[in-house]
Each structure stands twice: as structure tokens, then as C-alpha cells.
Design a binder for this molecule. Structure first.
Ligand SMILES: *Cc1c(COP(=O)(O)O)cnc(C)c1O
Length: 382
């Protein structure tokens, strides 16, 4: 069987362009305005309208979104932040950036998301924020614990880097009232090349974050052009989103319904194909409500299956090696049995919008063969 090139893009994911992005970028380049511009502000308005929220603040990356959200919620040294170990390392680095202490929690192995119980068991008097990760795009319902967390002055910040477009009941992720952070990096469901957005809790917090992403300077570009002074009103970093990046996201956004349909279709095609395969468990992203970001299976023979699939030219990956076992985060290590188990078993299958449903049969056939050669029980697919 010859494997299609679409299945080997060097990794399991690949950016997808709709065709209008290059012209949109060229227009910004020709304008001579490369910083935070009206294009960035237009992107913020369109994202807010899409999500059904009043404010969206654009920043240069998802990591910058998480960092500014923590700063805006005044999380700092001496504070604990409850975070799943099963996430991209960016979530943890953002917590360290403000000098707070990450308190790693386990996840439900079926969803790779935290549960109410896991979060509440980790909360102490020093907890200042909880940072659930909407893994694979899965929207999680925090409504039962949100009031108690709020009563204890604990901010809820959703790391929704995987979950742009997913729904929580009738509302989109981002519209639930929590601080929410999105990433628009190269391989996310919507891309700006690089970029992120923070959904603040009201106008005052939006203004704080707008100031922080601009080195603490309040003046607009237009105002600055007119006067001899500018005023640094507080702490801030160079975290703005360039109009060059915003233009890419603006060109992508009108096509998002296609993105959602394609990703749901591909994920369901995987689910159908995998149903006939023994020896693997699919991680459920709840595609009826989410816009799936990853397609992952669990197998006890992960390392061998990974090597065999790679050798056949199939771009598989691992999301993620648990953070509490990373050398950089050793100080905050604790026992997280479910995370350690899934950390050995997770395998990410090729999942991006260049794929056709026929490609998925190739992946699942190759997976069945790999499982057979490593001695795992599997069905007659060959
Ligand atoms: C991508 C990602 C981030 C960071 O976003 P960047 O735009 O890459 O900085 C944070 N958390 C998770 C779960 C991610 O997947």
C-alpha cells in the first residue's frame, strides 16, 4: 500500500489556508503599518461577534494570552494555580512567568480533561486560579464549581487553545463568563500564523489587558503620532498582535463553518473506522459540541506502534508528554496515576483539513497492521 503524501506532513497536523490569506497579508504590507493597527481591531471585533462576547483582546500568541490573563487576574508569587499536567507546556510556562506555583492535577483518561472533583480536591487557601484545558477541543462544563470558585476569589481561566468554535450548551466556548484564552498558532483550528486572544471578564479587565499587551502604554498609535509624549501607566509587555497576523485570521474566519464541518466529518470517520479495531481506545472529544482539534487513541504498545507508523510514512505524534514529569517542572511533581498511564499510551493520528476520508482508512489499516506486529489483539483488517 502506498501511503498518500497527505498523511506525512512531518507531524500529525498541518495549517490549512482557504486562498485569500496571501492577498490579505499583501494588503497590510503595502499599507506600511505593521504593528497593532485597525486590521487587528477589526479581527478583535469579528472574533467577539463570532463568539457572542463583548470584548476580545488580540495578543501575539496563545502563551501571551495565558500570561496576560494571569497578570490581569493578579496571580503572582505565593499563589497556586490548579492546572492539569496533561497539556501543552505553554500552559505551565505561563504560570511560572507570573511567579505562581503550578499545582498539577490528574485528568479523566476517557476525555483527557479535568473533572469537578479533581479540581476541587486540589484547591487550597492559596489557590488564586484554576486553569482547565479544553483538550482536543472538548468543551467542559464548569457550571457546578464556578460559583464556589468565585466565592473563594479563585479565577477560572480556560485554556481553550484547542477549542475555538466549540460549544458549551447554546454558547460558544469563550462566552461562559470565565477568562478564556485562545491560540491562533500555525496548526490550531483557526490560524493567524501566530496569535492568540483573551476573552476578558468585562470592560475594566479588557482595558487592563489592552494596556498590558502594549508595554503598559495607553495611547493609541494615532494619538501618539499627534503628541510629543506617551504615558506608561503600568506593567506591560510587547504582546500586541500585528495586523499582518490579524489579516490571516480575518481571511480565515468567514470559512470557519467549513472548518468545523470538515473536522467533525474526519473525526467521525476515524471513529467509524476504529470501531472495528481491537486494542485501541479512541479519546472522546464530543464532536457534536466541539470542533475537534486532535484525534488520539490509546494503546499500551504506543512506542512501538508510533515507530512502525512513522516508518511507513504516517505522521503520528504524542500530545503530550505529562508536564509533571518534565525536568523543568520537577519541583512541582506529584503522583498523577491516570496522567502517567495515558502519557504512556496516547498516540495522535494525522488530523488536519488536507485529509480526505479515504486517507483515514489508510491510517486505520496501517494502525491495525502495526498492532498485529506488536502482538496486540486486533481484527482482520490487513
Ligand atoms: C497551542 C497551545 C498553547 C499555546 O499557544 P501558542 O499560540 O502556541 O503560544 C497553550 N495551550 C495549549 C493546550 C495549546 O495547544
Amino acid at each position: 500500500m502506498t501511503i498518500t503524501a497527505r498523511l506525512d506532513v512531518g507531524r500529525n497536523a498541518s495549517p490549512f489556508l482557504f486562498g485569500e490569506e496571501a492577498a490579505a497579508v499583501a494588503e497590510v504590507l503595502e499599507s506600511g503599518q505593521y504593528g497593532h493597527t485597525d486590521v487587528t481591531e477589526e479581527f478583535e471585533r469579528r472574533i467577539a461577534a463570532f463568539l457572542g462576547v463583548r470584548d476580545a483582546v488580540a495578543v501575539m500568541s496563545g502563551t501571551a494570552a495565558l500570561h496576560t490573563a494571569l497578570l490581569a487576574a493578579k496571580v503572582g508569587p505565593g499563589h497556586e494555580v490548579v492546572v492539569p499536567s496533561m497539556t501543552f507546556c505553554a500552559t505551565v510556562q505561563a504560570i511560572l512567568a507570573v511567579g505562581a506555583t503550578p499545582v498539577f492535577v490528574d485528568v479523566d483518561p476517557a476525555t483527557l480533561c479535568v473533572t469537578d472533583q479533581l479540581v476541587m480536591d486540589a484547591v487550597t487557601d492559596r489557590t488564586r486560579a484554576v486553569m482547565p484545558v479544553l483538550f482536543g477541543g472538548r468543551a467542559i462544563d464548569l457550571s457546578r464549581i464556578r460559583p464556589e470558585l468565585a466565592a473563594r476569589d479563585i479565577a477560572t481561566m480556560e485554556d481553550a487553545a484547542h477549542a475555538f468554535g466549540s460549544r458549551n450548551g447554546a454558547r460558544r466556548v469563550g462566552a461562559t463568563g470565565d477568562l478564556t484564552c485562545f491560540s491562533f498558532g500555525p496548526i490550531k483550528n483557526l490560524t493567524c500564523g501566530q496569535g492568540g486572544v483573551v476573552i476578558p471578564r468585562g470592560h475594566a479587565e479588557a482595558a487592563t489587558i489592552r494596556r498590558m499587551r502594549m508595554l503598559g502604554v495607553v495611547q493609541s498609535q494615532a494619538e501618539r503620532a499627534q503628541t510629543t509624549r506617551y504615558c506608561v501607566e503600568g506593567f506591560g509587555l510587547r504582546y500586541q498582535m500585528s495586523g499582518i497576523n490579524a489579516a490571516i485570521g480575518l481571511a480565515q474566519l468567514p470559512h470557519f463553518e467549513k472548518t468545523a464541518a470538515t473536522r467533525r466529518g474526519l473525526w467521525r470517520a476515524y471513529r467509524r473506522a476504529l470501531a472495528s479495531l481491537d486494542g485501541v481506545t479512541l479519546v472522546d472529544v464530543d464532536p457534536d459540541r466541539s470542533v475537534p482539534h486532535l484525534c488520539q487513541v490509546r494503546t499500551p504498545h504506543r512506542d512501538k506502534v508510533h515507530a512502525r507508523m512513522k516508518a511507513r510514512g504516517i505522521g503520528v505524534g504524542v500530545h503530550y508528554p505529562p508536564n509533571h514529569l518534565q525536568p523543568a517542572f520537577a519541583e512541582w511533581r506529584r503522583d498523577l496515576p491516570a496522567t502517567e498511564q495515558v502519557g504512556r499510551e496516547l498516540l495522535t493520528l494525522p488530523f488536519h483539513q488536507h485529509l480526505a476520508e479515504a486517507d483515514i482508512d489508510q491510517v486505520v489499516t496501517a494502525l491495525g497492521q502495526a498492532l498485529k506486529t506488536v502482538g496486540a489483539a486486533s481484527c482482520a483488517r490487513s
